[in-house]
Each structure stands twice: as structure tokens, then as C-alpha cells.
Write a protein that binds this ligand. Structure first.
Ligand code: MG
Length: 279
């Protein structure tokens, strides 16, 4: 199978009305901006071209994410940041979860997102009706995952299976020194444990909201008022699959989580390869 064509940044910006940007692995790592990221955002801000950062991160409210990126030299206004947790209000409405007791795994902003969606956030030692796994940080990891699994099993055996929501389905991310696991990996662990205990109940799974699912792309299209969009990302399973499924073009930035050998026939293929943000 032949590689997708390579494209330069200037041509990519020319071809599309709306630019969708992934955060980790494209613009930033945990430690700071990636090469070319600050220049790209400055250029978009100057030209007035519509752009949105589509991030599966569910650990920071848009205004806090914007402050953090601004500290890295990325002048992204909060209204241009669409997080997976910003999809929670619509999900809570659609699934009748408003007012229910929610255990939230994540830091303070994750709890705030769930409150903004109408959930009643309870402590990590309290009973819950809804489990929302937003992030891998902000709680004692093993103790919390063990207790959460135990409480889930209690509820299932009492005939009251809880709702499970996963805003950020990402499995891993580049840390700058290597890689780290993300909330999607926690969900997989919980789902695998439940599948082992209840092999005949395939429905014990998380509702997944962020990329590659359509809701986050719909939100970007709604804000932009256009579907003439390209998604620039570093992960085949989230950024590229999501763009393909939504019916928009995509560009894969090389050098992120995905190794070159992942560009196989059974993987989602990007429209373009973007070797660098610098040219
Ligand atoms: Mg990424």
C-alpha cells in the first residue's frame, strides 16, 4: 500500500477553510510547545482563519487550558478549545443522567465539568449511580481504581448497573520523556475486569465521547459554521479515524505516538502526511 501524499503546512492552510488541531503530540507535550506550534498559532491568529483545538483532554476547563498553553507561548483563546468534557452536558441530557450521583476520576476541573453537565459529584468514598472517568490524575491511582471496580461489581450484583462515561478515550500520550497512559487505559482495565466476571453481559462498557467519535467534530462544525475542515493529528485511532468517519480530510503529523510502521492497510489512512509544522 502506498503512503499518503506529503503536504507542507502553507499548502494545508490554503486548502481548507477550517483547521482542527490536536493538542498533545501536535502542538504540545507535557513540557512545552512542539517545534513550529507557536508560529502556527500566531499565523492563524493573524490571518483570522478559523481554527479549533480538538482535545480529548478532560482535566482542564477551556479557560485553564488556554492559560496553560499561553504559558507555553501558544496564544489560543479559550473559545477555540473544544475538550471532550465539553460534550458532557449533551450526553447527560440525552442519557437522563442529570441530577444523578457521579463518581468522577480526575482533577478539580474534571469534577467541575460534570457539575456543569448537571451531575451531582460525590466523594471517592460515596455510593454513585454514574462513573465518569475523565483523567488519570488527581486521585490515588490503584486504590481508587480498585475501589471503583469493587463498587461497580456491588451495584451490578444488586441489579443496578451504573452508567459509565469516558470523555477521553485516549490510551496513551507522549510526555516529552517517553509515554504515559491516559484515562482510556483505565476504562479498558475496568471493562476487561467486568468482562472476565460477567462474560455474558457485553453491555458493561463506557460511553465514549471524544475523538474518534462524531460529537466533538460536530461541535467544531457547529462553531465554525462549516464542514470544510481538516484535522491535524498524531494518532491514527483517534484523530485520523475520527476525521475519516466524520467525512473530513486529515493530516497525520509524524513523530507522535504513531510509529511509521503503523501506516498499514488495516489502519485508518490520513489524507495527508505532514512531516513538520515548520515548513
Ligand atoms: Mg495527540
Amino acid at each position: 500500500m502506498s503512503e499518503p501524499p506529503r503536504i507542507g503546512l502553507a499548502e494545508l492552510l490554503d486548502r481548507y477553510e477550517v483547521i482542527l488541531l490536536d493538542a498533545y503530540g501536535v502542538l504540545v507535550t507535557l513540557d512545552g510547545p512542539l517545534p513550529g506550534a507557536c508560529e502556527l498559532i500566531d499565523r492563524l491568529n493573524r490571518s483570522g482563519q478559523a481554527y479549533y483545538m480538538l482535545t480529548n483532554g478532560a482535566a482542564r476547563l477551556p479557560e485553564h487550558a488556554a492559560l496553560r498553553y499561553q504559558g507555553f507561548g501558544l496564544a489560543i483563546p479559550p473559545e477555540r478549545i473544544i475538550t471532550s468534557a465539553a460534550l458532557l452536558p449533551a450526553h447527560f441530557q440525552a442519557q437522563g443522567l442529570v441530577g444523578r450521583r457521579c463518581r468522577v476520576l480526575g482533577p478539580a476541573d474534571s469534577l467541575r465539568y460534570v457539575e456543569l453537565a448537571g451531575g451531582r459529584v460525590v466523594g471517592l468514598d460515596e455510593p454513585f449511580d454514574v462513573l465518569v472517568v475523565c483523567d488519570q490524575s488527581g486521585f490515588p491511582f490503584l486504590e481508587t481504581v480498585d475501589d471503583t471496580l469493587s463498587r461497580l461489581i456491588e451495584r451490578i450484583e444488586a441489579g443496578r448497573p451504573p452508567a459509565m462515561v469516558l470523555p477521553n478515550p485516549d490510551l496513551m500520550f507522549p510526555t516529552g520523556r517517553g509515554f504515559g497512559i491516559t484515562s482510556g487505559s483505565i476504562a479498558l482495565v475496568i471493562e476487561a475486569a467486568l468482562a472476565l466476571r460477567y462474560p455474558n453481559r457485553p453491555g458493561l462498557r463506557f460511553a465514549r465521547l471524544g475523538k474518534p467519535y462524531a460529537a466533538i467534530f460536530e461541535e467544531a462544525a457547529r462553531r465554525a459554521g462549516s464542514r470544510a475542515m481538516v484535522m491535524i493529528g498524531d494518532q491514527l485511532e483517534t484523530d485520523i479515524r475520527g476525521a475519516n468517519d466524520f467525512g473530513i480530510d486529515s493530516a497525520l503529523v509524524l513523530g507522535g505516538v504513531v510509529g511509521r510502521d503503523a501506516l498499514g492497510a488495516d489502519q485508518p489512512q490520513p489524507t495527508w502526511l505532514l512531516p513538520s509544522l515548520l515548513t
